[in-house]
Design a protein around this ligand. Structure first.
Ligand code: DGL
Length: 271
């Protein structure tokens, strides 16, 4: 048994899609979350900058005595997982392989769509991971760079004409390709799940990288006997690098409980 918290981070709100699943699966675990709201989005930045930011995010989280870190960010997972794993003595897990496994399991036709940030799609990491699971799979990738800023600004609800217009344009090539499974390869995108599902239609299975990453992390910790042993009562602390109130408001909506008191500000440039 291990009472230490699990560290989770993302460039902003997106990693909450992993936290929500982690708390559902493991209600007895403590979680420390960092959302880099002062520097979001990461997905259009260079590899060097993403690695630099991710190292600072991990250095901040490691000021807590953690048992493991979940990179709840597709962009950091596709760009910096190996670097972060090699540099840290605790397990560091990403979202790419878990999402790829789920997509390979769900597809019937082998025709899989991938949406993510420019960096994630360009990296080819999801494609490689999907093809490692199912060599016959065809992957059609589509970057959706406007999704993250829209989500961070609370524009994720069905009926919002801006997000619906942007989604229709981004998703058109994937509909035309006839994919039967769509990987939401950026952890922000499950906040748009209803909008994306309505656009893609009922025959397309959606895979949330955040939720799959959380499931894999839960399985990993359980298999190592590293859970807290508590059935419930786990606490979540949230840290952000800017706009604490905006984060608290949107996080409370998404998590379905008021987390305002649990959100704190940190100066990430110190780490
Ligand atoms: N949630 C991050 C991801 O999964 C968003 C990246 C960004 O900040 O652009 O890729």
């Amino acid at each position: 048994m291990d009472q230490r918290p699990i560290g989770v981070f993302d460039s902003g709100l997106g990693g909450l899609t992993a936290v929500r699943e982690l708390c559902r699966l493991l209600p007895g675990e403590d979680v420390v979350y960092f959302g880099d709201t002062g520097r979001v989005p990461y997905g259009s930045r260079s590899q060097e900058t993403i690695i630099k930011y991710a190292r600072q995010d991990v250095a901040f989280l490691r000021t807590f005595d953690l048992k493991a870190i979940l990179i709840a960010c597709g962009t950091v997972s596709t760009t910096a997982l190996d670097v972060l794993s090699a540099e840290n003595p605790i397990p560091v897990m990403g979202v790419v392989e878990p999402a790829a496994r789920a997509a390979a399991r769900l597809t019937r036709s082998g025709n899989i769509g991938l949406i993510g940030t420019q960096t994630s799609v360009r990296s080819g990491a999801y494609e490689r991971a999907i093809q490692a699971e199912n060599p016959a799979a065809r992957v059609t990738g589509q970057p959706c760079p406007l999704f993250v800023p829209l989500v961070e600004n609370g524009r994720f609800r069905p009926g919002d004409i801006v997000i619906e217009t942007v989604a229709a344009e981004y998703l058109a090539p994937l509909k035309a390709a006839g994919v039967d499974t769509l990987v939401l390869g950026c952890t922000h995108y499950p906040l748009l799940e209803e909008v994306i599902a309505a656009c893609m239609g009922p025959g397309v299975a959606l895979v949330s990288a955040g939720a799959e990453g959380a499931r894999a992390a839960a399985d990993f910790l359980r298999a190592r006997g590293a859970l807290s042993g508590r059935a419930d009562g786990g606490a979540c602390r949230f840290f952000v690098s800017d706009r604490q109130e905006d984060f608290a408001r949107l996080a409370s909506i998404f998590l379905g409980r008021d987390v305002t008191e649990a959100v704190e500000l940190t100066d990430i440039s110190q780490y």
